[in-house]
Unconditional design. Sequence first.
Length: 134
Amino acid sequence: MRTVFYYLALACLFTHELDAVAHSEWRLLFVLQRLPDATALPWFVVLLVPLFFGILYLSQHRRTSLRKATRLVVATFCVVHAALHLALASNPKNEFHGSLSHALFLSAAAFGAAFLIGELLRHRSTSRSDAAGG
């Protein structure tokens, strides 16, 4: 079930990024906000390609430690990302006011948190089993 939560978080995050293009999210980003929209928009979209590729590739990496670390980082990012959106809610450059926009980044956070809780519970269960000798 943890894997399902991870991929649901990822699906919501990726879909949020589609919504982010419509709502000019680059205006909230440190470097891109300084550029004119005609320049920032293509950079924002193009930079998502290596980001998405990296997340997808590393999420399925054959090295278990790298795959697990990637999933933990991405799930944590989903939670932090939603917190950032909520913190920036009153920023005049923030155009994420609709319920769909909120549902996407909050769902990514909820599924990311569910994945992290599942990982924590699995780790505790494994630790207890190892400590009990079996």
